[in-house]
Design a protein around this ligand. Structure first.
Ligand code: CUA
Length: 321
C-alpha cells in the first residue's frame, strides 16, 4: 500500500480531513493565482498596444478597501478552518480503543533515537523497534506518547495524518488511527543528523484479533536454546561473549541494555536498520559485516567479525522470532 505521493492517499479519517483542507487551500490559491496572472496578462497585452500612459488613480479609497478586506477575509477564514481541524484532530474520541481508559493511559510509547524508533506497548509489557502494530478501525483512535532520547525528531505517517515532534525531556501525544488493514510508511520529518533519511518505520494496521496475537507473540521469551541448531548455539555463545549485550536487549537473557534496538523478536521484524534493508539472511549478514557501510554514522561500529562468527551470529539472530 505504498503510494507514490502518500499525503494524497489518506488512509485514516484524520488524514482525509488534512487532505481535504489541503485541497481546499490549493483550490483557493489556484483561483487567486488565475485571477492575478489573468489580470497581469490582460494588462500586458493591452498596454503593449497603447502608446500613452494609462490613468494614474492614486488614492482610490474603494480599490484600497477592496484589496485589504478581500485578502483579510480569505486569510481569516483559512485560519478558522485550520484551527478547527487541529481541534478536531486532537479531540478525545468517543470510542476508546480498549474500554474505559484514561486519556493519559496510552496504548503506545514511541521514542526517537538517532536513527531508529523504540516502540513500547506499556500495558502488554512489550518493547520492539521500527514496526508499530495497531488494530485498523476508523472508529477508534490510539493515543501515542512520543518522546526522544537524544535530539529532536518528528513522528509522521503521511497516510495516517498528523505529525508530532519528538522532543527530549518533553512528552508529546498524538492520536493514530487507520481505516483498514495495511502497511503505512512512517518517516522522521525533522532533520536529526546524518541518517535522518533512514529513520523510517512502518505502521501495520491489523485486525483486532491479529493485534492480540501479535502482542501474545511479542510477550513470549525466545525459544529455549536446546531447540536451536549448533550453528545458532555457537552464535548465541558468541553474542554474549562479544560486546552485543552492552547495547542490546534480549528478554529472558542477561542482555538488558537499551542503547540499540531491542532484539527479543528481531527475526519477526520485516526490516533492518530502521527501514534501510529488508530483513533477510543476506542483508543481515551485510549489516553485521559492516553496519557503517550500510548506514554511515549509525551507532553500531564495524566489529570486523570473522566469517565464522558472522555466520553464527546471523544464525542465532534468526532464531529470535
Ligand atoms: Cu530523526 Cu530525523
Amino acid at each position: 500500500m505504498n503510494s507514490v505521493i502518500p499525503v494524497l492517499d489518506p488512509a485514516s479519517p484524520q488524514a482525509e480531513a488534512i487532505n481535504n483542507l489541503f485541497l481546499l487551500v490549493l483550490l483557493i490559491s489556484a483561483v487567486i493565482f488565475a485571477i492575478v496572472t489573468g489580470l497581469i496578462l490582460i494588462a500586458i497585452s493591452k498596454g503593449r498596444r497603447r502608446q500613452t500612459l494609462p490613468d494614474q488613480d492614486f488614492g482610490s479609497e474603494k480599490a484600497e478597501i477592496a484589496w485589504i478586506v478581500g485578502p483579510v477575509v480569505i486569510v481569516l477564514w483559512l485560519v478558522a478552518i485550520s484551527a478547527n481541524l487541529v481541534i478536531t484532530l486532537n479531540a478525545i474520541p468517543d470510542v476508546k480503543p480498549h474500554g474505559d481508559q484514561d486519556v493519559d493511559d496510552v496504548e503506545l510509547i514511541v521514542t526517537g533515537h538517532q536513527w531508529w524508533w523504540e516502540v513500547e506497548y506499556p500495558k502488554a509489557g512489550v518493547i520492539s523497534a521500527n514496526e508499530i502494530y495497531i488494530p485498523a478501525d476508523p472508529k477508534k483512535k490510539y493515543r501515542i506518547l512520543v518522546k526522544s532520547d537524544d535530539v529532536i525528531h518528528c513522528f509522521w505517517v503521511p497516510q495516517l495524518g498528523p505529525k508530532i515532534d519528538a522532543i527530549p525531556g518533553r512528552d508529546n501525544y498524538i492520536w493514530l488511527q487507520a481505516n483498514q488493514p495495511g502497511a503505512y510508511q512512517g518517516r522522521c520529518s525533522e532533520y536529526c543528523g546524518a541518517q535522518h533519511a533512514w529513520m523510517n518505520f512502518k505502521v501495520y494496521g491489523v485486525t483486532e484479533e491479529e493485534y492480540q496475537k501479535f502482542l501474545l507473540r511479542e510477550q513470549q521469551k525466545p525459544e529455549p536454546t536446546k531447540l536451536i541448531s549448533p550453528l545458532a548455539m555457537a552464535g548465541r555463545e558468541y553474542f554474549f561473549k562479544a560486546t552485543c549485550p552492552r547495547c542490546h536487549k534480549i528478554e529472558g537473557t542477561s542482555a538488558q541494555a537499551m542503547i540499540g534496538p531491542d532484539l527479543t523478536h528481531f527475526a519477526s521484524r520485516k526490516e533492518i536498520g530502521s527501514g534501510v534493508l529488508e530483513n533477510s539472511t543476506e542483508n543481515l549478514t551485510r549489516w553485521l559485516k559492516d553496519p557503517q557501510a550500510v548506514k554511515p554514522g549509525c551507532k553500531m561500529p564495524n566489529f570486523k567479525l570473522s566469517e565464522t562468527n558472522l555466520k553464527q551470529l546471523v544464525a542465532y539472530l534468526e532464531t529470535l522470532k
